[in-house]
Ligand binder design. Structure first.
Ligand code: FAD
Length: 469
């Protein structure tokens, strides 16, 4: 008699920040769960994205601070960043976190299966692993296969001088010069990392401003900050063609007709959805023309019992969004009833200085004809920021002109990625600017800038001179 295929209540495909929390939540709810991963648990976020970039930034920010130590009255001589040691630390951090996920999966009795999964009719999941193929039976499937760096046909990615973000995170040495194609979040974070390491950087951006999806004031100030850091940004520009690939560099012609040369070129123009090869077409799962899996607000596809979450469903492609979508899918796949709410999602950019944003920005408010009161406070007027020597940037609140409710915020400055969460919670609770302004904030602290911006909305900020005086 043939051996019965192992049966699970829930099978999750992909163990990134979407998949592994989904697997754990389903197990917490009493389901028998397997998660299938073809590379490393933690996915892009932990291995080739959020965590490695932030670990490198922690090192480069330390270098930048050490270089400024003299102005704090501290003499540090001979600051020598060691790229090999920096990369080793990055790997140690990543390995520690991977081990943590492995032990969490084990403690929650989630079976981790190594291999590449695809779906076959009749609720079967085929796994191609190093030790051969196997088939599982699944009552419910959660697809959490994520995304990969998008490539541009202009470039030959088989040449080592052309890099994706994944390649840039494996560089053995710091390039002397770097062309970055795309000035979005990922391109800008790499620009911050490598410019501190002394790399000469030129960024090429198709749109009329860097960080084109951010509030225009943030883009403008970031551009001027980057310029002061020596990063050149060419907007409304594309790479026309590659003139030469060499072992030690690349020569390209850009749309203005100028020729640029650099040791490396990084393409950071977005991500493509990992929905190919999963057998979805045969099962009738709907995708859009770009390969994004279509889901409803319960994270369920058009085929009952098959859910999809994270980058592979597009929308806001961030780790914390993938996690929340995973939890919603896991609850629905185990008899619960949960829906995804995207109304208050913070997003952070870990440049120097950082950017944090949530909700509506001033450009979207103008496009949508929403009448808003925009209120700002500069870190240049904040005691704590000046004491820290980090007084660049501002807090901007976007407030409903009629109800005084906070609809959004943009923060550029020290710890913006932490500060944005005060506004995030306030928005989630439906707070008004008055609510924030009348909440006592500790002094001296960075969140005081948020309180002052809220006070300024009603002309009550103590540290802002009244207009025209
Ligand atoms: P992924 O993390 O991509 O995980 C998918 C997993 O599925 C992978 O491990 C893959 O190996 C596996 N898989 C794919 N196909 C199969 C298959 N057929 N069978 C088995 N396994 C499969 N987001 C933030 O919120 N903050 C940040 O600071 C941030 N920084 C980033 C920096 C960079 C350089 C990059 C590239 C991304 C960054 N992101 C950041 C985005 C974040 O990494 C993604 O939004 C997040 O990883 C998406 O999670 P996911 O679980 O949907 O997919």
């Amino acid at each position: 008699m043939a051996e019965a295929e192992p049966r699970y209540d829930v099978v999750v495909i992909g163990a990134g920040p979407g998949g592994y929390p989904a697997a754990i939540r389903a197990a917490q709810r009493g389901a028998k769960v397997a998660v299938i991963e073809k590379e490393k648990v933690g996915g892009t976020c932990l291995n080739w994205g959020c965590i490695p970039t932030k670990t490198l930034l922690a090192s480069t920010e330390l270098v930048a601070h050490a270089r400024e130590a003299g102005s704090f009255g501290v003499k540090i001589e001979g600051i020598t960043p060691d790229w090999t040691a920096i990369m080793e630390r990055k790997q140690t951090v990543t390995d520690t976190l991977v081990r943590g996920i492995l032990s969490l999966l084990k403690a929650n009795k989630v079976e981790l299966i190594a291999g590449t999964a695809s779906l076959t009719p009749g609720k079967k999941v085929l796994v191609k692993g190093a030790e051969g193929d196997s088939t599982l039976e699944a009552d419910r499937v959660i697809i959490a296969t994520g995304s990969e760096p998008a490539e541009l046909p202009t470039f030959d990615f088989s040449k080592p001088v052309v890099m994706t973000s994944t390649d840039a995170l494996a560089l053995q040495s710091v390039p002397k010069s770097l062309i970055i194609v795309g000035s979005g979040v990922i391109g800008s974070e790499f620009a911050s990392i490598f410019s501190t390491m002394g790399t000469q950087i030129v960024m090429i951006e198709l749109m009329d401003r860097m960080l084109p999806t951010e509030d225009s004031r943030v883009s403008k100030q970031m551009k001027s900050t980057f310029r002061k850091q020596g990063i050149e940004i060419k907007t409304e520009t594309t790479v026309k063609e590659v003139l030469e690939y060499r072992d030690d560099g690349i020569k390209v012609e850009i749309s203005s007709g100028d020729v640029l040369e650099a040791e490396k070129l990084l393409v950071s123009i977005g991500r493509r959805f990992n929905s190919g090869g999963l057998g979805l077409e045969d099962l009738g799962v709907e995708l859009d023309e770009r390969g994004r899996i279509l889901v409803n607000d319960r994270m369920e596809t058009n085929v009952g019992g098959i859910y999809a979450i994270g980058d592979v469903v597009g929308g806001i492609m961030l780790a914390h969004v993938a996690t929340f979508e995973g939890l919603v899918a896991a609850e629905n796949a185990t008899g619960g009833s949960s829906t995804m709410d995207y109304s208050v999602v913070p997003a952070c950019i870990f440049t120097t200085p950082e950017i944090g944003s949530v909700g509506l920005n001033t450009d979207r408010a103008a496009e949508q004809g929403i009448e808003v009161n925009v209120s700002r406070f500069s870190f240049g007027a904040l005691g704590k920021a000046i004491a820290m020597g980090e007084d660049r940037g501002f807090v901007q609140l976007v407030i409903d002109a009629g109800t005084d409710k906070v609809l959004g915020a943009q923060i550029m400055g020290p710890h913006a990625s932490d500060l944005i969460h005060e506004v995030t919670v306030a928005m989630k609770l439906g707070a008004t600017a008055e609510d924030i302004a009348t909440t006592i904030h500790a002094h001296p602290s960075l969140p005081e800038a948020i309180m002052e911006a809220a006070e300024a909305a009603h002309g009550k900020a103590i540290h802002v001179a009244p207009r025209g005086k």
